[in-house]
Design a protein around this ligand. Structure first.
Ligand code: GDP
Length: 281
């Protein structure tokens, strides 16, 4: 047989530890738990081990794999005949998803705190590659839900903007991209991704405006604050493009559905979110 130490060396070379982290944020009911559970199930279709019970009170960390046919930034020009595809099938790329509770009260203590910690981490092994912000696109027609969702997204983006500003200008930190995963596109009441983007942008604009006014009022009373405005430029109307221009943070809104994801169902399901993940790796 093969000496035991060779087994160990081989195992280590193949099963490299997952080092790419993604943070899953968004209001409760958006589908975060369902998404994490789906990714776990897709990652180990053969095993029928019982899945970790996801509670809505705690954040959970799941190690999942990228489907071999999903390109990554480093192999995006790979052809179907490329031997590296075989390798990817044998040894799929792994990444970690941290699911966080989306309830109002837990957002600050868990979601945003997790984001601050993970995004500041100097440890390359635990690098935060991207933020997936999940929304229920059928629920956004409701004004209160829209406001609540946009407020959460605004706060997430502000954390990332502060991080971007603190990075030294000589050695620019790579900005952490955000995917707005426009979930539940299977429902006929769902808003299409383009209109989700417009609604979120308009609502964030309102939040910025009122915050700016609050800051001006505070300045009048001499209570100056260190607070900053998202995308800096108060003169211009907020759009994700403006944010990217001002800070380098990319926000993409991509439709999908946790329900109905399957191999045949290319283009719908969660495939396009996995493609986004691939491009961050
Ligand atoms: P979380 O609070 O963000 O973790 O949300 P959950 O994962 O608990 O999902 C909330 C509800 O939405 C559950 O009843 C899910 O079955 C449902 N759900 C999740 N994704 C989809 C989807 O793509 N389509 C539909 N129709 N329902 C979904």
């Amino acid at each position: 047989g093969v000496p035991i130490f060779l087994h160990i060396v081989f195992f280590q070379a193949v099963a490299s530890p997952p080092s790419s982290n993604f943070l899953l944020l968004g209001p409760s009911g958006a589908g975060k738990t369902a998404f994490t559970t789906l990714l776990e199930a897709k990652s180990s279709p053969a095993s029928n081990k019982s899945h970790t019970t996801h509670t809505s009170q705690q954040s959970t960390l799941a190690t999942v794999t990228l489907p071999p046919t999903v390109p990554t930034a480093s192999n995006r020009y790979r052809s179907v005949n490329d031997p590296s595809l075989k390798e990817a099938i044998r040894n799929p790329i792994r990444y970690r998803v941290r699911d966080t509770p989306g309830h109002g009260k837990l957002r600050v203590s868990q979601g945003l705190a997790e984001l601050s910690t993970m995004s500041q981490s100097k440890d390359i092994k635990n690098k935060l590659r991207g933020v997936l912000f999940m929304v229920d696109t059928a629920a956004l027609v409701d004004e209160t839900t829209l406001r609540d969702t946009a407020t959460y997204l605004h706060d997430v983006l502000l954390v990332l903007q502060k991080r971007a500003k603190n990075g030294s200008s000589s050695k620019r930190t790579t900005e952490i991209p955000v995917l707005v995963a426009a979930n539940k596109q299977d429902l006929f009441t769902a808003l299409p991704p383009g209109s989700v983007r417009e609604k979120l942008e308009a609502e964030i604009e309102r939040i910025r405006k009122s915050k700016n006014k609050g800051l001006l009022d505070a300045a009048d009373t001499g209570l100056e604050d260190e607070e900053e405005i998202l995308a800096n430029d108060e003169e211009e109307t907020f759009t994700f493009k403006l944010l990217e221009f001002e800070t380098g943070i990319k926000v993409e809104v991509v439709g999908g559905a946790v329900k109905g994801d399957s191999e045949e169902n290319f283009g719908s399901g969660v495939r396009r979110w996995e493609e986004w993940v691939g491009m961050c790796l």
